[in-house]
Design a protein around this ligand. Sequence first.
Ligand code: C5P
Length: 376
Amino acid sequence: MAAGPRSKAEEDAPASRAQSDANRKLKYISLAVLVVQNASLILSIRYVRTLPGDRFFATSAVVMAEVLKLVTCLLIILLQTRLSLRETAGLLHDAIVVQYKDTLKLAVPSLIYTLQNNLQYVAISNLPAATFQVTYQLKILTTALFSVLMLRKSLSRVQWVSLLLLFAGVAIVQVQQEGNKEASLANGANQNYTVGLVAVVISCLSSGFAGVYFEKILKGSSASVWMRNVQLGIFGTVLGLLGLWWNDGPAIAERGFLYGYTGMVWCVIFNQAFGGLLVAVVVKYADNILKGFATSFSIVVSTVMSVYLFGFHVDLLFTVGAGMVIGAVYMYSLPKAPAGSPSLSSSSASSASPRAVEGDEMEAFLPKSAGKEKGS
Ligand code: C5P
């Protein structure tokens, strides 16, 4: 049996398979790291904001995190060009100046994220950590909504139900956690619940919109995630500085930009910057909805961790909430019903979708999910 000459497509197949394997690996890894990062960030912010003593300026922390992200991305691009300053400068000039329209597009998520990052400090400073976490989970739903509206993703009815279940499960875990934590009730007198709640609700809308908008920009072009984050970081730094000047200008002029920075504050800032870059990677290799599952999972993980760390005890309510989260992950990963059965999408345009949300994307959580039988 004579084998004919191999076609170009056949020759390319192993390379593209290797590439997609590498991408899938990055997806698992980035989602898993996000679970751990997210579990530590909120608690550490709450911790540093409620410590007695000199309180650092949240606006300066936001700017510092933006600068760190910007510098990190520039270093990565420099490394990718094998430390060629010339090539790096050329790439930056092309992406930022020549393609200035793309750069301007990033002003939108940048503005929203800067607002969100500041609001997050307002919310966490005014609400018990658990209340913040529960309400902030509403972003699971805003993200799904914006994904359907802006990316024309199509979600089956089961997937919508799984998102509701996810939200309910995380809320139960949080409420239960709050009941167990007398410490969280020891609120300072200068905390304002309504202000905190408004801040967190606006953050949810902002998180859903900005995340999906960024995903649309990232997946609709060939520019690297690092270059996109340089563009985002430039706006983020400028806008963050404006926010700082507006909100704390005179106080910072008097006490200094780094006022109240302790080792722990630096840890929070590094954590936030790292988390921001991680979100960008997750959005590139997975998507915003999967990001929501990862962060929900992280809440269950952090609660289980506190069993060991703080002697927290698991009761029935926690078990029910955690069970709902795990059930939601499973439901979301179920294969879609065959074409023709009802699915809720923004329009009939799911064929134009950049990447419809499909069951097998959930393999990040369930490596052997049944999601191979795609219904769409
Ligand atoms: O809560 P949520 O997942 O919406 O938070 C996203 C965080 O990730 C924000 O702090 C935002 O500044 C950051 N981010 C980033 N770079 C991106 C996307 C998000 O730094 N490309």
